[in-house]
Design a protein around this ligand. Structure first.
Ligand SMILES: Cc1cc2nc3c(=O)[nH]c(=O)nc-3n(C[C@H](O)[C@H](O)[C@H](O)COP(=O)(O)O)c2cc1C
Length: 176
Protein backbone atom coordinates (compact mmCIF):
# COMPACT_ATOMS: atom_id res chain seq x y z
CA UNK A 1 0.00 0.00 0.00
CA UNK A 2 1.31 3.46 -0.90
CA UNK A 3 1.64 5.78 2.04
CA UNK A 4 0.80 9.36 1.14
CA UNK A 5 3.28 11.37 3.19
CA UNK A 6 1.83 14.74 2.18
CA UNK A 7 -1.66 13.65 3.23
CA UNK A 8 -0.17 12.29 6.48
CA UNK A 9 1.49 15.63 7.17
CA UNK A 10 -1.76 17.47 6.44
CA UNK A 11 -3.69 15.16 8.78
CA UNK A 12 -1.13 15.70 11.55
CA UNK A 13 -1.64 19.45 11.06
CA UNK A 14 -5.21 19.04 12.37
CA UNK A 15 -3.71 18.80 15.84
CA UNK A 16 -3.36 22.42 17.02
CA UNK A 17 -0.12 23.19 18.81
CA UNK A 18 1.73 26.07 20.34
CA UNK A 19 5.06 27.21 18.96
CA UNK A 20 8.38 27.13 20.76
CA UNK A 21 11.85 28.32 19.84
CA UNK A 22 14.76 26.18 20.99
CA UNK A 23 18.05 27.99 21.54
CA UNK A 24 21.47 26.49 22.08
CA UNK A 25 25.12 27.44 22.03
CA UNK A 26 27.26 26.64 19.04
CA UNK A 27 30.97 26.75 18.42
CA UNK A 28 30.68 28.42 15.02
CA UNK A 29 28.09 31.05 15.92
CA UNK A 30 27.32 32.43 19.36
CA UNK A 31 23.81 31.06 19.74
CA UNK A 32 21.34 29.45 17.38
CA UNK A 33 17.59 28.94 17.35
CA UNK A 34 14.96 26.81 15.65
CA UNK A 35 11.18 27.10 15.52
CA UNK A 36 9.35 23.93 16.52
CA UNK A 37 5.85 22.74 17.26
CA UNK A 38 6.87 19.28 18.51
CA UNK A 39 7.55 20.47 22.05
CA UNK A 40 5.70 18.59 24.77
CA UNK A 41 5.90 17.79 28.45
CA UNK A 42 7.02 14.31 29.46
CA UNK A 43 7.43 13.96 33.22
CA UNK A 44 6.86 16.07 36.33
CA UNK A 45 9.24 14.11 38.56
CA UNK A 46 11.87 14.26 37.32
CA UNK A 47 10.93 17.32 35.26
CA UNK A 48 11.40 16.28 31.61
CA UNK A 49 10.29 17.78 28.31
CA UNK A 50 10.88 16.68 24.73
CA UNK A 51 10.92 17.95 21.19
CA UNK A 52 11.77 16.39 17.87
CA UNK A 53 14.33 17.60 15.36
CA UNK A 54 14.60 16.60 11.73
CA UNK A 55 17.89 14.74 11.34
CA UNK A 56 18.26 16.31 7.86
CA UNK A 57 18.21 19.81 9.37
CA UNK A 58 21.41 21.84 9.17
CA UNK A 59 20.77 22.61 12.83
CA UNK A 60 20.59 18.96 13.87
CA UNK A 61 24.30 18.50 14.69
CA UNK A 62 24.29 21.53 16.98
CA UNK A 63 21.17 20.60 18.89
CA UNK A 64 22.05 16.90 19.10
CA UNK A 65 25.39 17.79 20.68
CA UNK A 66 24.36 20.79 22.79
CA UNK A 67 24.67 19.95 26.51
CA UNK A 68 21.98 22.54 27.28
CA UNK A 69 19.13 24.21 25.48
CA UNK A 70 16.47 26.76 26.33
CA UNK A 71 12.79 26.52 25.38
CA UNK A 72 10.81 29.72 24.79
CA UNK A 73 7.04 29.43 24.45
CA UNK A 74 6.01 32.04 21.91
CA UNK A 75 3.30 34.66 22.20
CA UNK A 76 1.07 35.79 19.34
CA UNK A 77 3.38 38.79 18.81
CA UNK A 78 6.29 36.47 17.94
CA UNK A 79 4.98 35.47 14.51
CA UNK A 80 7.79 37.18 12.57
CA UNK A 81 10.47 35.70 14.85
CA UNK A 82 8.91 32.27 14.46
CA UNK A 83 8.87 32.59 10.68
CA UNK A 84 12.47 33.78 10.62
CA UNK A 85 13.81 30.92 12.75
CA UNK A 86 11.87 28.49 10.56
CA UNK A 87 13.75 29.71 7.48
CA UNK A 88 16.20 27.46 5.68
CA UNK A 89 19.57 28.01 7.35
CA UNK A 90 18.20 30.93 9.39
CA UNK A 91 19.62 29.91 12.71
CA UNK A 92 21.30 33.10 13.92
CA UNK A 93 19.68 35.04 16.77
CA UNK A 94 21.18 38.35 15.58
CA UNK A 95 18.66 41.18 15.88
CA UNK A 96 16.14 39.11 17.85
CA UNK A 97 15.11 40.45 21.27
CA UNK A 98 16.52 38.03 23.83
CA UNK A 99 16.18 37.51 27.56
CA UNK A 100 19.24 36.21 29.43
CA UNK A 101 18.87 33.00 31.42
CA UNK A 102 20.75 31.94 34.52
CA UNK A 103 22.20 28.72 33.16
CA UNK A 104 22.81 28.92 29.46
CA UNK A 105 21.41 29.91 26.09
CA UNK A 106 19.18 33.00 26.16
CA UNK A 107 15.43 32.77 25.79
CA UNK A 108 13.32 35.02 23.57
CA UNK A 109 12.11 38.23 25.21
CA UNK A 110 8.39 38.38 26.05
CA UNK A 111 7.85 34.61 25.89
CA UNK A 112 4.96 33.06 27.82
CA UNK A 113 7.34 30.69 29.59
CA UNK A 114 11.00 29.74 29.43
CA UNK A 115 12.49 26.36 30.37
CA UNK A 116 16.24 25.96 30.87
CA UNK A 117 17.18 22.37 30.12
CA UNK A 118 20.14 20.04 30.32
CA UNK A 119 20.20 17.43 27.57
CA UNK A 120 18.99 14.16 29.06
CA UNK A 121 19.03 12.03 25.89
CA UNK A 122 18.80 12.14 22.11
CA UNK A 123 17.14 9.17 20.47
CA UNK A 124 16.75 8.49 16.75
CA UNK A 125 13.14 8.05 15.65
CA UNK A 126 12.79 7.65 11.90
CA UNK A 127 13.85 10.79 10.06
CA UNK A 128 13.72 12.79 13.31
CA UNK A 129 15.45 12.53 16.67
CA UNK A 130 13.69 12.90 20.00
CA UNK A 131 15.55 15.33 22.25
CA UNK A 132 14.68 14.96 25.93
CA UNK A 133 15.66 17.74 28.29
CA UNK A 134 15.74 17.89 32.06
CA UNK A 135 14.31 21.19 33.23
CA UNK A 136 16.67 22.85 35.67
CA UNK A 137 14.97 26.25 35.84
CA UNK A 138 11.84 27.78 34.44
CA UNK A 139 9.92 31.03 34.49
CA UNK A 140 6.45 32.13 33.50
CA UNK A 141 5.27 35.49 32.22
CA UNK A 142 1.53 35.83 32.62
CA UNK A 143 1.64 39.29 31.06
CA UNK A 144 2.95 37.97 27.72
CA UNK A 145 -0.61 37.59 26.43
CA UNK A 146 -2.04 35.01 24.04
CA UNK A 147 0.07 32.13 22.70
CA UNK A 148 1.14 31.77 19.11
CA UNK A 149 -0.82 28.81 17.74
CA UNK A 150 -0.21 26.58 14.70
CA UNK A 151 -3.07 24.73 13.01
CA UNK A 152 -3.40 23.25 9.52
CA UNK A 153 -0.18 24.87 8.37
CA UNK A 154 -1.10 28.38 9.50
CA UNK A 155 -0.34 30.63 12.41
CA UNK A 156 -3.19 31.73 14.61
CA UNK A 157 -3.87 32.77 18.17
CA UNK A 158 -6.42 32.11 20.85
CA UNK A 159 -8.96 34.89 21.02
CA UNK A 160 -7.28 36.05 24.20
CA UNK A 161 -4.80 34.76 26.76
CA UNK A 162 -6.60 32.33 29.02
CA UNK A 163 -6.51 33.40 32.67
CA UNK A 164 -4.62 30.89 34.78
CA UNK A 165 -6.25 29.41 37.87
CA UNK A 166 -4.14 31.25 40.37
CA UNK A 167 -4.97 34.62 38.85
CA UNK A 168 -8.32 36.18 39.69
CA UNK A 169 -10.69 35.99 36.74
CA UNK A 170 -11.47 39.39 35.27
CA UNK A 171 -15.02 40.63 35.56
CA UNK A 172 -16.75 42.92 33.12
CA UNK A 173 -16.75 45.59 35.84
CA UNK A 174 -12.95 45.48 36.37
CA UNK A 175 -11.20 48.75 35.64
CA UNK A 176 -7.61 48.70 34.38
C1 LIG B 1 5.34 25.92 12.68
C2 LIG B 1 6.62 25.17 12.45
C3 LIG B 1 6.96 24.11 13.27
C4 LIG B 1 8.13 23.39 13.05
N1 LIG B 1 8.45 22.37 13.89
C5 LIG B 1 9.60 21.70 13.72
C6 LIG B 1 9.95 20.65 14.62
O1 LIG B 1 9.24 20.33 15.55
N2 LIG B 1 11.14 20.02 14.40
C7 LIG B 1 11.98 20.35 13.35
O2 LIG B 1 13.03 19.72 13.20
N3 LIG B 1 11.65 21.34 12.50
C8 LIG B 1 10.50 22.03 12.66
N4 LIG B 1 10.18 23.04 11.80
C9 LIG B 1 11.12 23.38 10.71
C10 LIG B 1 12.25 24.28 11.20
O3 LIG B 1 11.72 25.41 11.89
C11 LIG B 1 13.08 24.84 10.02
O4 LIG B 1 12.20 25.28 9.03
C12 LIG B 1 14.00 23.82 9.40
O5 LIG B 1 14.84 23.32 10.41
C13 LIG B 1 14.81 24.50 8.29
O6 LIG B 1 15.84 23.67 7.81
P1 LIG B 1 17.38 23.86 8.30
O7 LIG B 1 17.42 23.57 9.77
O8 LIG B 1 18.14 22.84 7.50
O9 LIG B 1 17.80 25.28 7.99
C14 LIG B 1 8.99 23.76 11.99
C15 LIG B 1 8.65 24.83 11.16
C16 LIG B 1 7.48 25.54 11.38
C17 LIG B 1 7.13 26.70 10.49
Amino acid sequence: MDFDTNAFRAALGCFPTGIAVMTAGSVETSHIGITVNSFTSVSLDPPLVLWCIDRRSRRYPYFAEAPAFTVSILASGHKAVSARLAGQGEHSLDGIALAPTELGPPGLADSLAVFECARESVQDAGDHAIVIGRVLKFSRNDLAGAPLVYFRGRYGALAQGEPTEDLPARRATDID
